[in-house]
Design a protein. Structure first.
Ligand code: ATP
Ligand code: MG
Length: 399
């Protein structure tokens, strides 16, 4: 991508109406634009990152045998009334041309259970699993956390259907493992945390929590690292007490962001099968990555989800230098590499500042001073740069 052709760009100033780190950095760096409180546009750079997160999620969901589908956002009141969830406070309600009332989809258990009842009519059709990556709407009271808490946001929701409770429980464990791989692959350290089922189920649910100062959840974690983790809302222990699991460590209270949540629903939504549901918020994941991976200069993207693997900068006045950079850019593109090329007529200082703000994993510089056939490379987040030959750079940056 040529930076001179980008629709959006790095802004000179921090947004005035945002407190959350994720929104401040993403807006400043040109990934995100605010349309209303809790309602955001993902600009092209943000969309690239989201695609990568979604691709990882899709791979892992397909890997556990789930098929992708797409359910509506406009859901008739009838469906919500059957489950008793028409009166849930987060539902946006609207009236159609026919006078019919609708709720905007905030989760899809009811919709998929009804479809499941049509197809999964005998034991021989079970087990089955389907998922979607789709826009959800929730009337969130507070929308001060940027894309961590949208009123409109993206969710990957997976639903599984089973003939027996044992089968549901076994598959739940399989999906939990896939969730761990998703979070590890996008560069997040997620703790598996027990929590109450809330509106969904009486059974324990499992939340995937990323420790972060900006987190709205409080969790209790064993300091000895035995894996014990409970949401404070249900916790049977208190901070400072001995860990009930390993009896070695003490329980610490931490702030955390819930990036995923899985539920054993049993027969709550249909008498015909046991169901479980599994959610991840890809837009919340994107925001969480920024919350835990940035410095004063800007975002520091993990390689797996970076908008581009490398940011190529050309500095200097000489025509020869510009030609060299252009040739290198074209060569890298032909090789199939993802490169953002800062070909703008801007001073070096501006280019460096913008590159750090955008946060691609590698910066490659060609300038009048760097000898022909060589480039300067620097890994984002490190202080030192190095001058290496072009082929060596390709190996190191894209190898
Ligand atoms: P929270 O407690 O943070 O409000 P929740 O428990 O209501 O979330 P779930 O119904 O479990 O959320 O939704 C599944 C996943 O969808 C969450 O783990 C989170 O990643 C994401 N998610 C939920 N609400 C939002 C939101 N308002 N904005 C962005 N992502 C969200
Ligand atoms: Mg949840």
């Amino acid at each position: 991508m040529l930076q001179s052709r980008q629709f959006a760009r790095v802004l000179d100033q921090w947004p005035k109406d945002e407190e959350a780190i994720n929104a401040r950095y993403l807006i400043r760096a040109g990934f995100l634009s605010k349309t209303a409180a809790g309602v955001y546009t993902l600009l092209p750079l943000g969309q690239r990152v989201l695609h990568k997160i979604n691709a990882i999620i899709r791979e892992e969901m397909n890997g556990v045998g789930a098929e992708e589908l797409s359910m509506p956002a406009l859901i008739p009141k009838r469906i919500w009334e059957q489950s008793g969830r028409w009166e849930v406070p987060v539902v946006y309600k609207l009236t159609g041309a026919d006078g019919e009332e609708y709720g905007l989809g905030w989760t899809h258990e009811e919709v998929i259970a009804e479809i499941g009842e049509k197809y999964l009519v005998a034991e021989k059709f079970l087990p089955r699993a389907v998922y979607q990556i789709q826009t959800k709407f929730r009337k969130e009271a507070r929308a001060k956390s940027g894309i961590l808490r949208g009123r409109e946001f993206l969710m990957k929701d997976l639903y599984s259907f089973h003939a027996t409770e044992a089968d549901m429980r076994a598959y739940y464990e399989v999906v939990a493992e896939a969730y761990k791989r998703v979070f590890a692959r996008v560069g997040l350290q997620a703790l598996v945390c027990e929590a109450s089922g809330g509106d969904f189920t009486k059974d324990y649910t499992h939340e995937f929590q990323v420790v972060a100062e900006s987190g709205e959840d409080l969790i209790y974690v064993c300091e000895a690292g035995c894996g014990f983790c409970q949401n404070k809302e249900i916790a049977k222990v208190g901070a400072g007490e001995q860990c009930p699991q390993c009896s070695k460590g003490k329980i610490e209270e931490k702030k955390a962001i819930e990036v995923g949540n899985i539920f054993r629903l049993g027969k709550r939504f249909s008498e015909k099968f046991f169901m479980a549901s599994y959610g991840i918020g890809p837009t919340r994941v994107l925001g969480t990555i920024v919350e835990v991976s940035h410095d004063e200069q800007g975002i520091v993207w993990p390689e797996a989800v970076a908008p581009f693997q490398a940011h190529l900068l050309v500095l200097g006045k000489e025509e020869k230098t510009r030609e060299r950079a252009k040739d290198l850019y074209e060569k890298l593109i032909v090789q199939g590499h993802e490169v953002l090329f800062d070909d703008r007529e801007e001073p070096a200082g501006v280019k460096f500042v913008d590159a750090d703000m955008i946060g691609c994993p590698y910066r490659i510089v060609i300038s009048d001073r760097v000898p022909e056939g060589e480039v300067e490379i620097k890994k984002r987040g490190r202080a030192k740069s190095e001058v290496v030959g072009e082929e060596e750079m390709i190996k190191r940056v894209f190898g």
